[in-house]
Design a protein around this ligand. Structure first.
Ligand code: ZN
Length: 452
C-alpha cells in the first residue's frame, strides 16, 4: 500500500503475508485536559483554550504462527497503548499537580480501567501496556494492570528516575511510576549511545521500515510496528497497526497536537522558557518536526476540517473508527434487457466494468459481496449477475442469503460482519433505499434512479 508522507515522499507499507494476521483497535476514553492553543500552534488565537481527550487504545492481536512459536500463547493478546490521566490526582507529585492546575478543567471519569470495564473487559485481562511516553497525561494508573508487561521507549527509565535537564526536572516524574519487575525498555536505536544498555532492555530490534528509519515488528508477523518517534520526550514512540488488507492505523502519541501541523497550515509554537530562551511543547523541536514529516498523510485525518484544536489523538480516533467498521458500498444492478430475465449487453458490460472499479487493486478493498436471493425461475438474478465476475476475480462467493425485500436481513449481515475489508451490496434499486434506511447510516437516503 502506498501513502504520501507529509514530506512528500511516497511510502510503501509492507504487503500482507499469505497467512497475515490483523489487529483490531478500539479507542478508550482516558480523561480530558484543557490546552491553550498558543502553546501548541502558531499563528494561534491567544485566548483560545480547548478541552481535549487523552485517548488510549486497546489493540487485540489474535494468535499467529509467529507468536505461537514464541510463547505458545493460544489466546488473543490484549495490548493497551497509553493510559491517559490518573483518576486520583494524589498519585501525581507536587510539581506535577502544579502543572496540572494550568490544564483545568480536566475529567478523569471514565478513565482507562473504567472504559475497559464498560466494554466487558477487566484491567486484569491486559497482557501488555505500551506507553508512547511518560508525561502525566499518558501514564495513567499502571497499578490497575497487575498482569501486564510494560514496554517503554529507550531512555524512559532514566528520565523517570533522574529527569531530563532543566526544562524536565525529576520533580515532574515519578521514579516508581512503573512496576520494576514487569517493565522493559526498548533498545536504543542504531547509532544512539545516549543511554547505557541495562538488564531491563527488551530483545527487540529496530530496523528501517517503509519511510521510517527505525521500527520494531512487535509481534514478528507484520501486524503491529512500534515506530521510533523522537523529539517530544525521551523514548517517545508511535504505533502503526495493520487492521485489514490495505488498512493501517497510525497512533501518533504526542508527535503533534493539532492536525493543522500535519497539513502544514500551522507551525509548532515556540514560547518563552522562563530561562531566557525559547521552547516548544517538545523536548527537541527540530527532532519533533522531522518526526511529524514522516507521519503518513491519511486523507481521513486531513479532511476533518471541523476539528480545530483537538489533539492528534482525537483525530486518530476518527480514523480508528473508520478502520474498525467496514464501509458498505451500495450499487444497483446492471441494465435489463427489453424483455425477460438477465442482463442486457450494456448490463453485462457494466458487470465487466465493476471488475476494475472494485477489483483487488482498487481503493475499495472489498471483502464481502451481497446480492438479493435469485428466484428459482431466474427472476431477481440481475444483482447476482452484476457482481458475479467481480466476486470470481476476488475469490469471493456472492452472499445471496437475503431476500430482496428483507432489509433487516442485510442489516444483520452487515452488523455481524467480522471479516476483513469492506462490503459491496448490489440490489434492486427500489429496495436499496430501504437498506440504507435499515443500516441507519443516513437519515436521508438517496433515491436510486429507475432503469434508463
Ligand atoms: Zn506529552
Amino acid at each position: 500500500m502506498a501513502l504520501a508522507s507529509t514530506n512528500g515522499e511516497v511510502v510503501t507499507l509492507p504487503s500482507p503475508s499469505p497467512d497475515q494476521v490483523y489487529v483490531t483497535i478500539s479507542a478508550l476514553e482516558g480523561g480530558h485536559l484543557t490546552l491553550p492553543e498558543s502553546l501548541f500552534v502558531t499563528p494561534a488565537d491567544p485566548e483560545k483554550r480547548s478541552t481535549v481527550p487523552s485517548l488510549s487504545f486497546l489493540i487485540q492481536h489474535p494468535p499467529s504462527i509467529q507468536t505461537l512459536s514464541q510463547d505458545a500463547r493460544s489466546e488473543t493478546t490484549k495490548l493497551i497503548f497509553d493510559l491517559g490521566l490518573k483518576r486520583d490526582f494524589s498519585g501525581y507529585r507536587e510539581a506535577q499537580q502544579q502543572h496540572i492546575a494550568q490544564r483545568q478543567p480536566t475529567t478523569v471519569s471514565p478513565d482507562v480501567a473504567e472504559s475497559l470495564q464498560k466494554g466487558g473487559l477487566s484491567p486484569e485481562d491486559i497482557n501488555k501496556v505500551v506507553l508512547s511516553h511518560v508525561h502525566w497525561d499518558h501514564v495513567g494508573t499502571p497499578s490497575d494492570f497487575p498482569n501486564a508487561e510494560f514496554v517503554v521507549g529507550n531512555g524512559t527509565l532514566h528520565l523517570l528516575a533522574h529527569g531530563g535537564g532543566p526544562l524536565y526536572p525529576a520533580s515532574l516524574f515519578n521514579a516508581d511510576e512503573l512496576p520494576r519487575d514487569r517493565t522493559k525498555e526498548l533498545p536504543a536505536v542504531q547509532n544512539s549511545a545516549e543511554f547505557e544498555s541495562h538488564d531491563r532492555v527488551s530483545e527487540h530490534r529496530w530496523q528501517p521500515m517503509a519511510g521510517f528509519p527505525s521500527a520494531i515488528d512487535f509481534f514478528a508477523d507484520g501486524s503491529l510496528y512500534i515506530i521510533d518517534a523522537p523529539g517530544h520526550l525521551h523514548g517517545h514512540v508511535n504505533l502503526l497497526a495493520r487492521t485489514a488488507p490495505g488498512k493501517w492505523v497510525y497512533l501518533g502519541g504526542d508527535c503533534c497536537h493539532d492536525p493543522r501541523i500535519l497539513s502544514r497550515e500551522r507551525e509548532i509554537a515556540l514560547y518563552d522558557d522562563g530561562k531566557g530562551g525559547l521552547r516548544s511543547v517538545h523536548m527537541d523541536t527540530d527532532g519533533a518536526t522531522r518526526t511529524v514529516e514522516r507521519v503518513p498523510q491519511y486523507p481521513p485525518l486531513l479532511s476533518t476540517s471541523t476539528m480545530q484544536l483537538s489533539s492528534l489523538l482525537g483525530a486518530i480516533a476518527l480514523l480508528t473508527l473508520a478502520a474498525a467498521e467496514p464501509t458498505v458500498y451500495l450499487i444497483r444492478h446492471g441494465e435489463k434487457p427489453d424483455s425477460g430475465n438477465g442482463l442486457s449487453a450494456a448490463g453485462q458490460q457494466r458487470a465487466q466494468c465493476l471488475r476494475s472499479v472494485f477489483g483487488a487493486t482498487s481503493k475499495y478493498q472489498i471483502g464481502h459481496i451481497m446480492a438479493q436471493t435469485p428466484k428459482s425461475d431466474g427472476k431477481r438474478k440481475r444483482p447476482y449477475d452484476t457482481v458475479a465476475p467481480l466476486a470470481a476475480d476476488l475469490g469471493l462467493s456472492v452472499d445471496t442469503s437475503c431476500d430482496r425485500d428483507d432489509a433487516k436481513c442485510v442489516e444483520d449481515v452487515v452488523k455481524g460482519y467480522t471479516g476483513s475489508g469492506n462490503i459491496l451490496i448490489c440490489w434492486e434499486h427500489d429496495a436499496l433505499s430501504d437498506i440504507v434506511d435499515e443500516l441507519g447510516k443516513d437519515d436521508n437516503p438517496p433515491s436510486y434512479p429507475d432503469d434508463a
